[in-house]
Design a binder for this molecule. Structure first.
Ligand code: PLP
Length: 445
């Protein structure tokens, strides 16, 4: 009988990036080699589904190559372009006009002369959009998340954060203070217990409570009004990262802050332009200009890093205009139609996913081994979507994060479901051939 599968060494299906986070040895360069060995084993066996490059950008259908140079074609549910702004003709025309007007480079920190009329107008637009007094830009969303925490929190202060907060927030917290308290995901009672504990002994120092408007791996959201109330009660500052919901969710595109009637009511809002606004860059919106001015000069990624390019600033400004217009509403409706249809078809195909309807539809797989085998088949079947595995999510909770775009067609959605279902079924058979103790997988004959 014909052999369907190649053998995959068990080592390529086990282990995680966590294993190499703290390598042993006194030679900084040599000690990282074991990661490369493990990564290469996965790469050679087709179960390293990262670092792909597309030929023509984040379209709904792509041709792309992996980092072995192996090409694939298919539907793309791996790019973050929720409202399909990246190929919007008005956005493209805006980028060209901005190049003509400003050139391509900001050539300075926003603390010096890196701003342009476009970036100043964008800061105003963000503040107005969110009902805040002011806003400042960062060259990346990562810099904004890291920078707002490190910029405001000092070593004697405290940070209470949702345990699933994005890495930029975790790293900002680690850089700012050792007084970090993680509460269970979305667990308000746990958050309250930390606040009570901190304030029982320390009324002198500050507390920042950190959460997200829409969590990027689980597609769920906290009760923002209750969190803000809790912060007020304990004289803490709430900071919400809206990277994944702003622009893309809600009747008016204000994300969960709008949906939960919290416009202008959250202490600090931080976001990224990389998911919905067709651009690099990020922002922090605040209720008092004094905070903005402080961050501009005491938040290193805003102070000592080149400002986002004027082209990006012009793009994001135009994207906000579209998001705030009837066209934006149509795009959000198209996106949500696709999201609901994808979820419906996944369920019909016997596949489960995490969370509430949003552009993030994370399809449950389970063990890392199974998910990696699925990832090997997906490009061959013609589907790009991102494998997320431990430590980015819990052990044994591997998933494929499908990120939906407004301009995905109905055919794209049904193709994606058929392909992930087929890959999963094949991977299950493949795994079933591996005995518990078998060091290598056997070929299915
Ligand atoms: C929740 C969250 N915050 C911040 C960021 C960082 O944004 P950027 O890609 O603009 O650096 C991301 C993107 O990965 C994110 O998912």
């Amino acid at each position: 009988m014909k052999t369907i599968y190649n053998e995959v060494p068990a080592d390529a299906l086990t282990g995680s990036m966590r294993d190499f986070r703290v390598p042993a040895g006194n030679d900084l360069e040599r000690r990282v080699g074991n990661f490369f060995k493990w990564q290469n084993l996965r790469r050679q066996n087709g179960v390293w589904p990262f670092s792909r490059a597309t030929d023509f950008g984040p379209r709904t259908e792509v041709s792309a190559a992996d980092d072995r140079g192996i090409a694939m074609q298919g539907v793309n549910f791996a790019s973050q372009d929720y409202l399909s702004m990246s190929s919007n003709p008005v956005i493209k025309a805006t980028a060209l006009e901005a190049i003509e007007r400003y050139g391509v480079h900001s050539a300075g920190s926003p603390a010096l002369v890196g701003n342009t009329t476009a970036s100043v107008a964008l800061e105003r637009k963000i503040a107005e959009f969110l009902g805040m007094e002011d806003a400042l830009l960062y060259p990346t969303g990562w810099g904004a998340g890291f920078g707002v925490i490190k910029g405001l929190v000092r070593s004697s202060d405290h940070i209470v954060m949702d345990t699933l907060s994005h890495t930029c927030l975790q790293e900002g917290a680690n850089a700012a203070t050792r007084n970090i308290y993680q509460f269970r995901h979305l667990d308000m009672a746990h958050c309250r217990r930390w606040l009570e504990k901190i304030r029982a002994t320390d009324t002198e120092n500050g507390i920042m409570v950190v959460t997200e408007g829409l969590f990027s791996m689980d597609s769920d959201t906290p009760d923002l009004a209750a969190m803000q109330e809790l912060c007020n009660e304990f004289n803490a500052t709430l900071m919400v990262d809206v990277a994944h919901d702003l622009g893309a969710l809600g009747e008016d595109g204000r994300g969960h802050i709008g949906i939960q009637n919290m416009i202008g009511k959250v202490d600090i809002v931080m976001g990224s332009f990389s998911k919905t606004f067709a651009s690099n860059g990020g922002f922090v919106a605040v209720k008092d200009r004094a905070i903005k001015e402080y961050l501009r000069f005491y938040s290193a990624p805003a102070t000592f890093s080149n400002a986002m390019s004027p082209v990006n600033a012009a793009i994001v400004l135009k994207a906000f205009e579209i998001i705030d217009s009837p066209e934006g509403k149509v795009l959000r409706n198209e996106l949500m139609t696709n999201v609901l249809e994808l979820r419906r078809q996944l369920t019909a195909a016997g596949l489960e996913y995490y969370g509430d309807p949003s552009a993030i539809v994370a399809v449950k797989m389970g063990t890392e081994g199974l998910a990696r085998l699925v990832s090997r088949r997906l490009p061959e079947l013609g589907l790009l979507c991102n494998l997320v595995e431990y430590p980015a999510v819990g052990k044994g909770a591997a998933r494929f994060r499908m990120q939906v775009m407004a301009k995905h067609s109905a055919q794209n959605v049904s193709d994606a479901v058929a392909r992930i279902k087929a890959a999963r079924l094949e991977a299950e058979i493949e795994l079933a051939t591996m005995g518990e103790q078998a060091p290598r997988m056997r070929a299915v004959a």
